[in-house]
Design a protein around this ligand. Structure first.
Ligand SMILES: Cc1cc2nc3c(=O)[nH]c(=O)nc-3n(C[C@H](O)[C@H](O)[C@H](O)COP(=O)(O)OP(=O)(O)OC[C@H]3O[C@@H](n4cnc5c(N)ncnc54)[C@H](O)[C@@H]3O)c2cc1C
Length: 429
């Protein structure tokens, strides 16, 4: 029997149903809809620098997010099929279920585009820009003209653009839309990824999924009202609430930036607006900015000369690089931060700036190695934020001042009592 025409929603870095353009468009235009997502299994093996492209923190967070998405789709009577990047599961699903149309988030970086070649040719592809705070059609400039200085970009957006309202969640499909036997989710063990207990020193027990993402907003905004002090605490290093910790959920789209923005607006209306509430939006604009920089500069973001095409000499001393990754540089503040990253998959923004500057400017090591190591471990890895910030900190990107961090001074300023350095003095607490 031939299947009736069916739409596929390919979930990638948009693992949610709330404020989700592809979900809304597919369900609006098609009676039969299937969800699909793919696990990048080929990224779990060690690469040339000795670590995988996606280490255990990210894999675990991804699996949890996929499981939560499947649970959120069930009441809509939409099944989620999970495949792998290194098989033809996408082609199989399209053939087996008579897929005519595929709905997915617009991605522009090389690997994500290559991945799209797995969509069979006969399938019509509908892409949505769904990862931005300010939609690309709404920013007051062409992407090619995005300024090289953040402040100019921010001011133009704040003055001349608006954030779109959140999209509604669709009505449920008929129950016969559900597949009778969707395959089970793989476990970490089946994927060959070690399942270690979280380090008790971890700032937040990060658990993937839109449900925990919404809980985190609830905690940071409404239960603790930490948002009201965010601007004064955001350079912190220890504890759950010095910053929002929204980044892992934003990175793979369990939370939409528009949802956070509109919650900030509601908070300002009901609890009160101040510099801190504004600063949350300011930081979300940094996130947008690096996405626009990535769109504008394309592959230059990943080249050693960066978006400014600088030709510096870089060291490729693997022993020195290993001292950095393993927290053995001899610089206590750098080592503490690297220990935190290695043990938990997270590091504060202050820490990231310091260790990036130290690797690229003080040690002179190819900044792309540092970015690759961050990509492997950071539970919030986002290709544009990571490579954009590394460009910036390594002096090949958007920092007009070309600063070198004095890490000893930074330690005294931000860890005056040494509590952070003591907490992360070694791999075990
Ligand atoms: C070398 C380097 C690499 C980085 N790599 C990543 C990455 O892979 N993924 C990632 O999400 N962030 C990255 N950042 C940016 C920043 O460090 C994290 O977004 C932030 O620490 C996450 O914690 P939070 O959610 O508590 O942030 P908060 O301070 O609560 O900020 C709220 C949100 O604003 C956004 N934001 C804040 N600062 C930045 C920034 N500098 N650049 C872009 N967005 C920002 C994030 O989405 C964040 O969740 C990197 C920074 C540096 C210096």
């Amino acid at each position: 029997m031939t299947e009736p025409p069916t739409a596929l929603i390919w979930f990638r870095n948009d693992l949610r149903i709330d404020d989700q353009a592809s979900v809304l468009a597919a369900t609006r235009d098609h009676r039969r809809v299937i969800g699909y997502t793919s696990i990048p299994r080929s990224w779990f093996a060690a690469g040339p620098l000795g670590f995988p492209r996606m280490d255990r923190f990210r894999v675990r967070f991804l699996l949890e997010s996929i499981e939560d998405l499947r649970n959120d789709l069930a009441p809509l009577n939409i099944s989620l099929v999970v495949g792998f990047d290194d098989d033809d599961s996408l082609g199989d699903v399209c053939r087996e279920h008579g897929i005519t149309d595929a709905y997915l988030q617009h991605e522009w970086t090389r690997d994500e585009r290559n991945d799209e070649s797995r969509i069979p040719e006969h399938v019509r592809v509908h892409r949505a820009w769904d990862q931005f705070l300010f939609h690309p059609d709404d920013i007051p400039m062409e992407v090619e003209r995005v300024p090289e200085v953040f402040t100019q970009f921010r001011k133009a957006c704040e003055k001349e653009s608006t954030v779109r309202p959140c999209l509604p969640t669709p009505e449920p499909r008929d129950p016969d839309n559900l597949l009778s036997d969707p395959p089970p989710l793989p476990t970490l063990e089946e994927l060959g990824v070690s399942d270690e207990a979280p380090d008790p020193r971890s700032v937040v027990p990060f658990r993937g999924g839109a449900t925990t993402g919404r809980d985190r907003i609830d905690h940071y905004f409404w239960k603790t009202r930490s948002l009201s002090n965010y601007k004064h605490t955001r350079n912190g290093l220890l504890g759950e609430d010095y910053s929002s910790k929204f980044s892992p959920w934003l990175a793979i789209g369990c939370l939409s930036p528009r949802r956070i923005y509109w919650e900030v607006m509601e908070y300002e209306r009901t609890v009160g607006a101040n510099q801190s509430t504004y600063w949350m939006v300011f930081e979300l604009l940094w996130r947008d900015y690096f996405k626009y920089v990535s769109l504008k500069h394309g592959p230059d973001l990943f080249r050693v000369g960066g978006i400014r095409r600088r030709s510096y000499e870089w060291s490729r001393d693997t022993d020195a690089f290993e001292r950095w990754t393993q927290g053995r540089t001899g610089e206590p503040f750098v080592d503490a931060n690297m220990n935190e990253l290695r043990c938990t998959g997270f590091m504060s923004n202050r820490g990231r700036q310091n260790v990036a500057s130290y690797l690229s400017k003080t040690m002179g090591i190819d900044w792309r190695w540092g970015a690759a190591y961050f990509e492997s471990l950071l539970v919030d890895h986002d290709v544009h934020s990571n490579y954009g910030n590394w460009n910036y900190n390594a002096g090949v990107g958007n920092d007009p001042r070309d600063r070198v961090f004095d890490v000893a001074w930074q330690a005294e300023r931000y860890d005056a009592d040494g509590a952070y350095r003591r907490t992360w003095a070694g791999p075990a607490g």
